[in-house]
Design a protein around this ligand. Sequence first.
Ligand SMILES: [Zn+2]
Length: 95
Amino acid sequence: MQYAVGLVVLVIVAAGYAVYRGRKRKPVQPQRRTAGNVISMESHRRAKQVASEQQCSSCKRKNGKLIFYAQDNGTVVGLCKDCKDKANKRDLLPL
Ligand SMILES: [Zn+2]
């Protein structure tokens, strides 16, 4: 009986250690573009929160939810669904 209890404890400890090791070894996300194009996630999140109230960066209309794109110079533009096609043609990165 004592042997069984000891085995259970060992399994629990081993499982906990495996989880701990798994967390530690979490791979770092590779960056998709060069450093000059990196924008902060904080501004990205804020931009998403107010997406429904903002006007389109291209046609200046409040046309519902905007889709945000990163431009080559590092700035972010919010485009309505009508202007989305233009962004796709310019090879902008959707955020
Ligand atoms: Zn637009």
